[in-house]
Design a protein around this ligand. Sequence first.
Ligand code: ZN
Length: 150
Amino acid sequence: MSDLRELYQQVILDHSKKPRNFRTLEGANRTAEGHNPLCGDEITLYLQVEDDVIRAVGFQGSGCAISRASASMMTDSVKGKTRAEAERLFERFHDLVTGETDEGRDPADLGKLAVFSGVKEFPVRVKCATLSWHTLRAALEGKGETVSTE
Ligand code: ZN
């Protein structure tokens, strides 16, 4: 188990140092901003959505390692997904980091997002890990307002 935890930490560190999709997106048709005042994490998310499918994703912002790594992996995970699929993934991810995983659900379904399972031991970090996902939801809903985890 400790080996697994170490591996997870390495993945998170890698993504926080070299975030994927860390750019403003040319041709974005949905954007949203997110803010986690508790930690100071900020994110601007850019989506290109066509026919209800997330074709491209980019983000900018600053924050702690968890929020950066989470945004990096979220953007990787939702690319090519429909809005409903992305929403389901968020629900699964939220359950994972809050420790509310239902019996019968296989954490392996989450793929590499499972590396955030350790977050449930640090409740203050849950908002860091979910900020980019809340921002994704806001962007998909197209409300164009800043979401806050507070
Ligand atoms: Zn944070």
